[in-house]
Design a protein around this ligand. Sequence first.
Ligand SMILES: [Cu+2]
Length: 159
Amino acid sequence: MRMRRFLLAVLIGVALGALLIPRLGDEDDDAPSSAPAITVRDAWVRATVGSGGMTGAFMVIENNGGTADRLVSVGVDAEIAGAVEIHEMTIGEDQVMRMRPIEGIDVPAGGNIELKPGGYHIMLLELQRDLTPDDTLTLTLTFESGAQVEVSAPVRAME
Ligand SMILES: [Cu+2]
């Protein structure tokens, strides 16, 4: 009697396992359509004026996927800038605009986020040389999902 109960338990276990395996397979099939699909357009970097040692990079980040993602870090050639931060610009209670480093920028599923002067931007710090309008920088954007996007950003003077 005990043996039969044990066998029954094993059979149920096998049956449940058989049910789970095809489900996992289905999720794999769905993965490509729900994976984030990040694209970047209209990227540019502000030409340096004087010896500030820093400048901003701006762009539109689009998420064509079905899952929200988050820009978490940006890399650039160390011969261009010694450090890169993600910044946000806000108006304080004293009505003075200030920028501050933030952990990341959310990019909603099926939406986009604009990095622009006066708002979110990428801050290039410890510049190793002047950036003039005939330059083009390559920025590497890393997202929380693990996606990496290389962006070619021409240097432009601020109008
Ligand atoms: Cu900044």
